[in-house]
Design a protein. Structure first.
Length: 237
């Protein structure tokens, strides 16, 4: 079932945009300072981390000019996070608990905006979910790729992309069921925040790959003699 495509894109309070972009840029700046990047490198990584998810979302959807180019405040938010991370890296790391709280609070914002923009274009359900996840992890993907690393979203770790996936599914299920818009929005934000908080609090991690080939082969070998042996009731004398 495809959710109704006439859902309006929400206008989140400016504080949500400021927090989401600033926290993303701060994450990138701290990451760059740990690698001893210079000021240009730090700014590049910080801006990619803070603005990359929204830019990738708008480019994939062909949703006109990326939002950070049409709204100069977005560049200001990214610059704020970059400067804090570059000039006060040690202090910023001491406030790790506050950063985690903001990270928990803003994950659902990226998911929600991505899902609603995709929904407004009449895309099918699976595409809406894909865009919601892409918008939330896009900044981190760009950050890792610019640093020449395998994206952390592809490696075992605390739920982030997985939390975004379940939050996106929550949105399309509620929207497809005809729930009021505020219910779909609130449900998405709550699910994303709770799953991210639970993963950080209880150290819940995505599983590493498992190769079950040997297990299946051994089970098959144990079952094969029974399948090829004498039928039940056959005389053997």
């Amino acid at each position: 079932m495809t959710p109704a495509a006439d859902t309006a894109i929400i206008a989140l309070p400016p504080l949500f945009d400021a927090l989401a972009i600033s926290v993303g840029a701060l994450t990138g700046a701290l990451y760059a300072t740990r690698k001893n990047f210079d000021v240009i490198g730090t700014l590049a990584i910080a801006f990619a981390s803070g603005l990359g998810g929204g830019a990738i979302r708008d480019i994939v959807l062909q949703f006109g000019t990326p939002a950070f180019l049409s709204n100069p405040f977005f560049l200001g938010y990214a610059a704020l996070g970059s400067v804090i991370g570059f000039l006060f890296a040690r202090w910023a790391r001491d406030w790790d608990f506050a950063y985690n709280a903001l990270d928990v609070a803003t994950l659902g914002v990226w998911v929600l905006i991505g899902c609603q923009k995709a929904l407004s274009l009449g895309l099918p359900t699976i595409s809406v979910v894909f865009v919601g996840v892409l918008a939330s992890v896009g900044g981190g993907l760009l950050m890792n790729l610019l640093c020449g690393e395998v994206p952390t979203s592809f490696q075992p770790g605390h739920w982030y992309a997985f939390a975004a996936l379940l939050a996106s599914i929550t949105f399309v299920v509620l929207a497809g069921a005809g729930a009021p818009q505020y219910v779909s929005e609130a449900g998405t934000l709550v699910v994303a925040a709770f799953l991210r908080w639970a993963a950080l609090t209880w150290d819940i991690r995505t599983p590493a790959p498992m190769d079950l080939s040997d297990v299946v082969r051994q089970r098959w070998r144990r079952l094969r003699p029974a399948a090829t042996g004498p039928a039940a009731g056959d005389r053997t004398d």
